[in-house]
Design a binder for this molecule. Sequence first.
Ligand code: ZN
Length: 279
Amino acid sequence: MIMRLPAPTACALQLVDDVVAERQGGRNAAYFTGIAGEWRSRVQAYLNAGGSPAVVPPWPAANVRKKSFLNLYLSPKEGAAQRLILDDLRDHDLTACPACGEAGRPNTLDHYLPKTEYPHFCVTPHNLFPMCDACQKEKGIKTGDHADSRFFLHPYFDVFIAEQVLQLTIQAPFTAPLFDLLPAPGLTPVQERLVGCHLRELAIVPRYTRFFREQFRRLLRLVSKMRASGQDVRASLELFKTNAEDLTPNSWEHIFYDAVLSNPDFLEFLENEELPALL
Ligand SMILES: [Zn+2]
């Protein structure tokens, strides 16, 4: 699953002003006062570019004082402006990782542009969103390379991910099927390339093949019961698909049932052939 998230309501520019104001009187006052204007304009550039590393460059001057920036994220004082925003970002109701769909509450915040390379965005709310540990491990400090300037979907700015962006195909033989997960048709070439990078760089296909195999076994068990009790298999599967779309059309269950229902040969197999006894 890939999920679009509503952008944070906190103002990223106001946060720069507040952080600089809170540093007045401290030992970093002169430094933060001196860079305040440029910091603000770099945050604005991030917002304008949707955080794209193809457009938003690192800031060498911030890297020189990396520790001063990272401390804003790593040890914010109680009541500090960025602390309130970080607490708010962590206070979410997500029950799955928005980057991959792993079930469970994602407990950590990911920096879309990594804080070690872009320390001046380490508390920018639009650069932070919940992510599961497995995705964080795969993502590391990657952002892109010379072939693909941007690897990862941005849950706040890539609005096209509100629609279905992944398509699964279930290939015969249906007694031991192969699964193929690819960007969905209908995306622009740029979107298609980005979705492909996101899948590859977060290792989503190897991580989710097991899930699809388990869904397949479950489907055979369910269809056996439906047929035994005289239920309409196709209508029941349509219902499952509709239910699975509730959260997002990119939920893994929705993508799975979409693959089942858009495959006439497989439907024919489910309705009329002898089903294999898989555990
Ligand atoms: Zn994840």
